[in-house]
Design a protein. Structure first.
Lengths: 158, 775
């Protein structure tokens, strides 16, 4: 059975019909061709599918598409326009915080949502915040450094 | 140097931080069908009958195939597998039938309608049982399988490779030794866990041309395997690897490609896609083989090891097309990075009804070093010689001999690495103990080494095209699987051509457009593809100098490249931009010569020779050895059994760091992956059943688990490496588990014989040993 949902996707109002059993991740990838969010496990264990729901990072594989009715979704594709990258995206590049890139969109979205809520976190808070996002390549060190760099910029803006 | 040796920013950053980069599962094609696979519920059973009638009738189903459609046996080193089971299944989860349908849901429903009758066979779930004389045979026809001539199968047994190393007279040396020590170790199955699961798409056109999009490390190796299996001419088989979301060896060979190709043959040109779920990934891609090791070591009073007898018994699982080479490689490194005159080593690849073993970062070296390095600690303790000193005394040094009796060349910097790490971790300074009396800290140390395990003729090639604006295209089939090869290889070209990296675009991953590369494995890409690129650049240079010589009236020998110009080395103002020669040279009378500049470079390691089949000895069996070591500090919570790795210092001899940041990034990733193998990761097998195929039950390290990392390297130039570079990304993981086990012993007095050091194992071990070495 299909449901009509009305939500905001990457700053754009969307009216969409979706099957009740479709996950948010499936809807984003299949219906909107937003493939930045990846399925790494389908069980909410790896974080590769992370997007922002009302500004908070969530595993889109664990959320049903119908649940986002009336809500706001931001994916990695909605984080920047053209070559004007978000501070986190820039920081990930300059800090070498990526290797194969598969976990990167999810990792950045988690960091984005986290820094929205906690703009000047401690190192330990950063580690906890991204501990639901698995990365097999980097050893996390440079990812943490990339997030710290943005957090420090936040601090200097205060 | 302007670009080599500099931490140039990754060239693939923007597409990866924006989600723009498409991986195979992100690809959608018109008319695409979706595949699903029927898998065996038994680890060992005869297939009596497969009934596909109900499945094929389901609306939306286009094709159903079974193993009988393509019964040819294939394999990289040993042709022992079919892409789907034909006569019997040999592990739980083996593919027996496949469906292509309009949607994934329909395909999965169709799978449930396929009925398979099995007759269960006795299973062999333990590798030590598998080598017993009366063990049920998993491959009764082993003797008929084709294999590379360097392997020694034992038909009539479950042993698919027996590598023998016989150096010196080990028995005589034991008689003369002051001490003889014996030990044994076990390393369980683990898995690569790239975050991207395997995915592939196959499509035929009406002329019989096949295109395969696959998340694979080695498009040419996949092409070769598929061309052979399906009898498709190479020029009609195009393999595209658009990007790889982590490999670590898991994507080195062929896995699911062979399942979808028979489907795609019958879909009249419609592409067929199959993407593994995480559970499929765990069950049905490669695993790192489990391994039993035993060591008998003869040592003199002064600490010199004079004899070593070792056995490595590898649980290769149901198919060992790749595993046979891991067993062989282990034999080449039988004594680890130590110079031992008398060695007797037997290394066996063994069939069991467990998941299929395959290449995993380190290719056997992490597994054998877990034992080799702890064995060094045992000797050190017995002889009351400092563990570092005993290693230095026995270490490979220039002028020494490897296990196969090859000369250790001047580029072996193991001692330099040891000195660096000991200093960084302050090894001889006792750990500062935490105030909680139930916690204890200690340090540990281990060495490691690795050579690329590859055929002697593993080759690379590169093509460089100069564009009319002086920018360049670099084409190779080395795959950037995250390690950063796109960046490092671009730097090599930039250095020689004097064209900045941002003006060079690197193209990879398409056998129709990029030249040959054997495989992106074995930490060989910087070395091998790098050398091919140097040759392609030299080819461009020669053409440029030829044309510039005509234009400038200067001998080619007096020309050089500088900042995008060809200029005279004698008269600096006599110069011409590369771009003016990119399409050839136009003369003053309007005529032109030469045409567009295309540079061609190929590389094959020279003088790598076969080993003696009876003794395993060889004077030059590998292209290089990469050496290094770890010093670690850990904290054990004796109440919970949790181990926290506080600090890791690592140092490897990389020859030359083409990109220092990328080298360090490989080391950091390796440390954390290594920690996973030491304290978290283990595939739990029960009677052929994989009990924990999810990230819920198979834990890999998170950001919370990382130590402070003090990463360094030394640079003893590789004589035939590009700018002196050698491979390092796999070696960088090897000493992790033994170093942590060594620290565990130093903290508790308990010698760990089996990985991983999970809280459960730690608490159990501590129960029996109350004394902590807390100073």
């Amino acid at each position: 059975m299909k449901h009509e949902i009305y939500f905001t996707l990457n700053h754009e109002k969307i009216l969409h019909e979706v099957k009740a059993n479709k996950t948010l991740l499936q809807m984003l990838r299949e219906d909107f061709d937003l493939t930045g969010a990846k399925e790494g496990c389908g069980q909410g264990e790896c974080g590769a599918c992370t997007v922002l729901l009302n500004g908070k990072p969530i595993n889109s594989c664990l959320v049903l598409a119908v649940e986002v009715d009336g809500k706001e979704i931001t994916t990695i594709e909605g984080l920047s326009e053209g070559i004007n990258l978000d501070e986190l995206q820039k920081s990930f590049i300059t800090n070498g915080a990526l290797q194969c890139g598969y976990c990167t969109p999810g990792m950045i979205m988690t960091a984005k949502g986290f820094l929205n809520a906690n703009p000047t976190p401690t190192l330990e808070e950063i580690k906890v915040a991204i501990s639901g996002n698995l990365c097999r390549c980097t050893g996390y060190k440079r990812i943490i450094e990339a997030i710290i760099e943005v957090a420090e910029e936040n601090q200097s803006k205060d | 140097m302007k670009y080599v040796g500099k931490s140039v920013t990754r060239v693939d950053g923007i597409k990866k931080v924006t989600g723009d980069l498409k991986y195979v599962d992100d690809l959608k094609m018109p008319g695409m069908l979706y595949a699903a696979v029927k898998r065996s519920p038994y680890p060992h059973a005869k297939i009596i009958n497969i009934n596909i009638e109900e499945a094929i009738k389901l609306p939306g189903v286009k094709v159903v195939t079974t193993g009988k459609d393509f019964p040819k046996r294939v394999g990289l080193y040993l042709a022992d597998k079919t892409f789907m089971a034909v006569d019997k299944v040999r592990y739980r989860g083996e593919a027996v039938a496949a469906v292509a349908a309009e949607t994934k849901e329909i395909a999965e429903e169709a799978i449930s309608l396929i009925k398979v009758d099995y007759e269960e066979l006795p299973i062999v779930s333990n590798v030590l049982d598998a080598i017993k004389e009366d063990a049920p045979l998993i491959h009764p026809n082993l003797g008929e399988y084709k294999h590379a001539p360097i392997f020694h199968t034992l038909p009539g047994t479950n042993i698919s490779e027996h590598f023998k190393l016989r150096k010196g007279d080990v028995e005589l040396a034991f008689e003369q030794a002051d001490f003889i020590l014996e030990s044994e170790f076990y390393v369980p199955h683990i898995q690569h866990c790239p975050i991207e699961n395997h995915s592939a798409i196959a499509q035929f056109d009406r002329e019989g041309r096949l295109t395969v999009w696959a998340s694979c490390q080695s498009p040419y190796a996949v092409r070769a395997a598929l061309a052979d299996a399906f009898k498709i001419p190479s020029h009609k088989l195009r393999v595209i690897s658009p990007s790889v979301g982590g490999g670590f060896g898991a994507k080195a060979g062929t896995t699911l490609e062979g399942i979808i190709i028979p489907l795609a043959m019958k879909t009249k040109g419609r592409p067929v896609k199959l993407t593994y779920s995480r559970e499929d990934e765990f069950n049905n891609s490669y695993v790192r083989q489990a391994m039993y090791a035993t060591f008998k070591t003869g040592v003199m009073k002064d600490g010199k090891i004079v004899a070593l007898k070792s056995n490595f018994i590898w649980d290769g699982g149901a198919y060992t097309e790749y595993g046979v080479n891991i067993a062989k490689s282990a034999g080449f490194a039988a004594a680890g990075p130590y110079d031992v005159e008398n060695i007797h080593c037997d290394s066996y690849a063994v069939y069991t009804n467990n998941p299929v073993g395959g290449p995993y970062r380190g290719f056997g070296m992490s597994e054998i070093h877990f034992g080799i390095e702890q064995n060094m600690d045992i000797i050190s303790e017995k002889l009351k010689i400092d563990p570092i000193e005993i290693r230095k005394l026995n270490a490979h040094k220039p002028g020494g001999r490897t296990a196969t009796n090859a000369l250790v060349d001047d580029a072996c910097g193991l001692i330099d690495c040891i000195n660096k790490v000991i200093n960084d971790i302050e090894y001889h300074k006792p750990s500062q103990q935490p105030k909680e009396d139930y916690k204890v800290r200690a340090k540990g140390f281990a060495c490691g080494m690795k050579a690329p395990s590859m055929p002697n003729n593993a080759a690379s090639s590169a093509i460089i095209r100069i564009n009319e604006d002086g920018s360049a295209y670099l084409s190779v089939s080395a795959q950037d699987i995250g390690q950063g090869s796109d960046t490092a290889l671009t730097q090599i070209a930039a250095e020689i051509l004097t064209i900045p990296p941002e003006n060079i675009s690197i193209n990879t991953g398409d056998t129709a457009h990029n030249p040959y590369e054997w495989q992106t494995v074995a930490s060989r890409i910087t070395y091998s593809a790098g050398n091919a690129i140097i040759k392609a650049c030299e080819d461009i240079k020669e053409q440029l100098f030829h044309l510039a010589s005509i234009k400038l009236g200067i001998f080619p020998r007096d020309l050089q490249l500088e900042e995008g110009f060809v200029r005279s080395s004698i008269y600096p103002n006599k110069r011409i931009p590369i771009k003016d020669l990119a399409l050839g040279l136009s003369m003053e009378d309007g005529s032109a010569v030469h045409g567009p500049l295309i540079g061609r470079g190929t590389f094959i390691p020279e003088n790598i020779r076969n080993f003696d089949m009876d003794t395993g000895l060889a004077d030059n069996p590998v292209v290089f050895w990469t050496y290094g070591c770890y010093g670690v500090e850990i904290e054990i919570d004796t109440q919970t059994g949790n181990i926290k790795v506080l600090k890791v210092a690592s140092c490897f001899d990389v020859g030359k760091a083409i990109n220092p940041d990328l080298v360090k990034a490989q080391c950091e990733g390796a440390i954390v992956q290594g920690i996973g193998s030491a304290i978290f990761e283990e595939i739990i097998m029960q009677n052929g059943r994989f009990m924990n195929p999810s990230f819920m039950d198979y834990k890999i390290p998170t950001a919370n688990d990382i130590p402070e990392m003090l990463v360094s390297y030394v640079e003893n130039r590789q004589k035939d490496g590009p700018f002196g570079a050698r491979g390092m990304a796999e070696p960088a993981m090897i000493p992790a588990a033994p170093a942590i086990a060594s620290a565990f012993y130093n903290a508790t007095g308990i010698r760990v014989k089996e990985l991983p050091l999970t809280p459960e194992r730690v608490v159990k071990a501590l129960k029996n040993h109350k004394i902590l070495n807390k100073k």
